[in-house]
Design a protein around this ligand. Sequence first.
Ligand code: ADP
Ligand code: MG
Length: 242
Amino acid sequence: MSPIVEIENISKCFGTTRVLEGVSFTVKKGAVVAIIGQSGSGKSTALRCIDRLETVDQGRIRVCGHEVTAPGLDLHQLRRDVGIVFQSYNLFPHLTVQENIMLAPRLVQKVAKGEARERALAVLNQVGLAEKADCYPSQLSGGQQQRVAIARSLAMQPQLMLFDEVTSALDPQLTGEVLRVMEKLAADGMTMILVTHEMAFARKVADEVIFMHKGRVWEHGPASILDAPATTELRDFVGNGL
Ligand code: ADP
Ligand code: MG
């Protein structure tokens, strides 16, 4: 079976700053890949290139059968197959939780209202918030809002989920509830790429860890590389994280 994500030798500059340099990796269907590394190492940019929120200068990206770096890319199809969740939840404050979740299926996928409603309840169940369907975002904690943001992505029935430091704005207790949702998603077989500072979570849930340093994939292997770094850079990074 061919990988769901194939990244071949991508490079990217912002102005004169080289942010990604010769980055390559693949992700198999059902795998959980954690991207770690210092701030500024290119993690978010790499993730954003996968969903074409950024374009690359060089190299090739294929995701869920889409040639992301080709001129004829169907952006709608790509975004339909790839869900992305950020540190900020960006829920619409004037819509209920359920309405927030129904919005993209209704507008983008033209799903009928009844089905969109059912989907919303199903994904709210998945993140353990079915009882909050009629609440407004301001009535929820940060952790709950982030779980709604995850549910909103799931409602599009993606094949791949991208998470960029989704717990960074949350205090430890709320972080736990979001990580548990992600862990369950992984256990249910979702293919996931997550940028995270949660080393314990990466150790526990990730099938593979990618350590980025200065825009490159510095180390890539099973989560056990965190316990036996091959480079001083990863050793320093893991050491600092303790
Ligand atoms: P990370 O997620 O690992 O912290 P980023 O991918 O966000 O790293 O950023 C990598 C580098 O690219 C940083 O030096 C950052 O300042 C720069 N950068 C990111 N986005 C932009 C942008 N839109 N314009 C200019 N520079 C950017
Ligand atoms: Mg980042």
